[in-house]
Design a protein around this ligand. Structure first.
Ligand SMILES: [Zn+2]
Ligand SMILES: [Zn+2]
Length: 338
């Protein structure tokens, strides 16, 4: 089979590798049918990879189950499933506590799409072995579009977690979103659906601002620190200056969520943050826990994530199209093409 490998210098290519096989009775083999880029993939292909190439890339997809081990009971061949970006057993103390991105049963940081915590392959591969299939894989609810839901593996479900619990604690809260990709757009839509009283989306890209406006958000190309204040601020740019700005645009005791991958060390205005009592969360998402909530919201029809899909492209075009860094291209094959 082929897997798509990031080889550096803004290039990806197909490489042959033996077909994955069932190694444990709890494994499944899946075939991605609608796969998309995480916002961090664009940073990687743009030259900001946290680890040196080559490595198999891709960690967001809806897949079709091809084969299951004898111990797998919740999913079977032919099922469409969301594949979480990280690997987790679902049974250890951390997984049971909801810390699925920190599972004790697999090497630390184990994930698809980057050679961190072992080589699990990428989700732009023809076939993928998924361990702990019963607890890892989330069946796609009937009626949901695999193309719109390709990002439920990570960015869409992450966006739910960035804003939904805070809006539950503070109904009608105001939300600032500093974004450079899909995550902030999903937040705009989800925050609207869950009753945020105000959303300001900040991004220099006019195309993405237009999508945010279509969700009823106010938009701006930039914002100065302290210029306006919000209950919740979300940074998904990976730029420390933007994170510092987000932390300085909060009401007292406000909540800042950083979903940017900050590959380099930076400075934050900690004394100002101290004076205003800022809550700051920086961290990998325990996405397996959030996927069912995000899918429930999608199934309710109150959000429209399909609008964020910038391109629907044939699977075979991956080597040419992925380096173009489209906002949210979804690569499809099989019946999903129809
Ligand atoms: Zn990701
Ligand atoms: Zn675990």
């Amino acid at each position: 089979m082929r897997e798509l490998v990031y080889i550096g210098d803004r290039k990806v290519e197909w490489r042959e590798r033996p077909d994955p096989r069932i190694e444990s009775r709890y494994d499944a083999i899946v075939k991605p049918v609608a796969a998309t880029t995480c916002d961090v993939d664009k940073s990687i292909i743009g030259g900001r990879a946290p680890t040196p190439p080559p490595f198999a890339i891709g960690h967001e997809c809806v897949a079709e189950v091809v084969e299951t081990g004898p111990g797998v009971t919740h999913v079977g061949p032919g099922d469409l499933v969301v594949v979480p970006w990280h690997i987790s057993c679902g049974r250890c103390d951390r997984c049971r506590a909801g810390l699925t991105a920190h599972c004790r049963q697999v090497p630390r940081l184990a994930m698809f799409g980057a050679p961190i915590g072992g080589d699990w392959g990428g989700l732009f591969s023809d076939l993928v072995r998924v361990p702990y299939a019963d607890t890892m894989l989330v069946p796609l609810p009937a009626g949901l579009d695999p193309i719109a839901m390709a990002s439920a593996s990570d960015n869409f479900s992450l966006a739910w977690r960035l804003v939904a619990p805070h809006l539950q604690r503070k109904p009608g809260a105001t939300v600032l979103i500093l974004s450079r990709g899909s995550i902030g757009l999903y937040v705009c839509d989800i925050a609207r659906a869950l009753g945020a009283s105000r959303r300001l989306y900040v991004d220099p890209d006019a195309g993405r601002r237009a999508i945010a406006e279509s969700y009823g958000a106010e938009t701006a190309e930039a914002i100065e620190a302290g210029q306006q204040v919000f209950d919740i601020a979300i940074e998904s740019t990976g730029n420390t200056k933007h994170l510092a700005t987000a932390c300085c645009c909060l009401e007292p005791e406000g909540m800042c969520e950083s979903a940017g991958n900050h590959f380099i060390t930076g400075e934050l205005p900690l004394f100002q943050m101290y004076l205003n009592a800022v809550n700051l969360r920086v961290g990998r998402d325990n996405v397996r826990v959030n996927i069912p909530h995000a899918l429930d919201l999608a199934q309710s029809g109150r959000v429209d994530p399909r609008r964020i899909v910038s391109h629907v492209l044939d699977w075979e075009t991956l080597p040419e199209e992925l380096p173009k860094l489209h906002t949210k291209p979804v690569f499809v094959r099989g019946s999903v093409l129809v």
